[in-house]
Structure formats: C-alpha cells, structure tokens
Design a protein. Structure first.
Length: 162
C-alpha cells in the first residue's frame, strides 16, 4: 500500500516518502495481534467443526466480531486516516480521499492476484490434516471404515481458493 501511495505522490513531489512506509509498518505491527487472534479462531473452527464458516459457539462469533470490528477501526485510524491527511498535503481533501480509495482498491486487487507462496510456510498442511483426522476420529465424526491415508490425502488436495 505504501508503494502505491508513493507512486500517486511522485507526480507532485518526486522523492521517497518514508513517512508513508513508517505509518504502514506501524499499523500492520499493531494489527498483527488482532489478525493472529482471528486466525486462531479460524483454525479452532476448522479443527472442531471441520468448516471455517461454521461457528463452534456464540462466544466464537462475539469474539470474532469484536476483533474484526476493532481491526477495521484500527486500520482506519492507523492507516487510512493518516495517509489521507498526508496525501492532502499535496492535493485538496476531496481529491486526496478519492486517491486513497483508489489506492486501497488497487492494493486489495494486487494482493488478491499476487501470490508469493508464504502461506505454505505458515501451516504444515500434512500435520494439520493428520491432527484434524485424529480429532474427528476421537469425536466419532468419521466412521471407522474411513481410511486415515485416504482422509489425509483428500484433505491435502483441498484448496480453499477454488
């Protein structure tokens, strides 16, 4: 996001805008805690219910909702608003807000289509599938006739992006 914002500002002042990068890093550092909690809720849902979209209980929904709302607030407060004011140094307020919205949309589009493969390093998929099989087997969600290797193989083949 900071790179694209800097590209927008190069037309007015061709220099390195280090304040944008510092603000972006600061906001991501604060938001990482909330993202980790939401990620843990998702992993818990996957292990307990077998589906990330199905909540384990109402506390799960409340905690996820509160952390999600606080993440949106922090991203607005720590990233969008300061960048808007920084861009407003070079353009008027209305145009800078429009530029910020364009930067956010372009950044989200690039993040959706750019893949660097770091996600494969976060979770060991085979160990996750083995653990999922053990939990589902102990809770009798999987009948004894289902082969462990077959279940783990199907789990490894699954791709949530499809």
């Amino acid at each position: 996001m900071s790179f694209i914002t800097s590209l927008v500002l190069i037309a007015k002042e061709p220099r390195f805008h280090h304040l944008i990068i510092h603000q972006t890093l600061h906001s991501y550092a604060v938001a990482n805690f909330i993202i980790i909690v939401i990620f843990a809720i998702g992993v818990n849902r996957a292990l307990v219910t077998g589906d990330i979209l199905r909540a384990t209980n109402s506390i799960d929904l409340w905690v996820g909702g509160l952390f999600g709302a606080s993440a949106l607030y922090l991203i607005w407060r720590l990233l969008a608003k300061p960048l808007w004011h920084y861009i407003a140094r070079y353009y008027n307020k209305t145009f800078s807000f429009v530029l910020l919205i364009i930067v956010i949309v372009v950044t989200l589009w690039i993040n959706k289509h750019a893949s660097f493969g770091f996600g494969n390093l976060i979770i060991n998929k085979s160990e996750f599938c083995k653990q999922l099989y053990e939990i589902k087997r102990k809770s009798d969600e999987i009948p004894p006739s289902v082969d462990a290797e077959c279940f783990i193989g199907k789990c490894m083949e699954s791709n949530p992006k499809k």
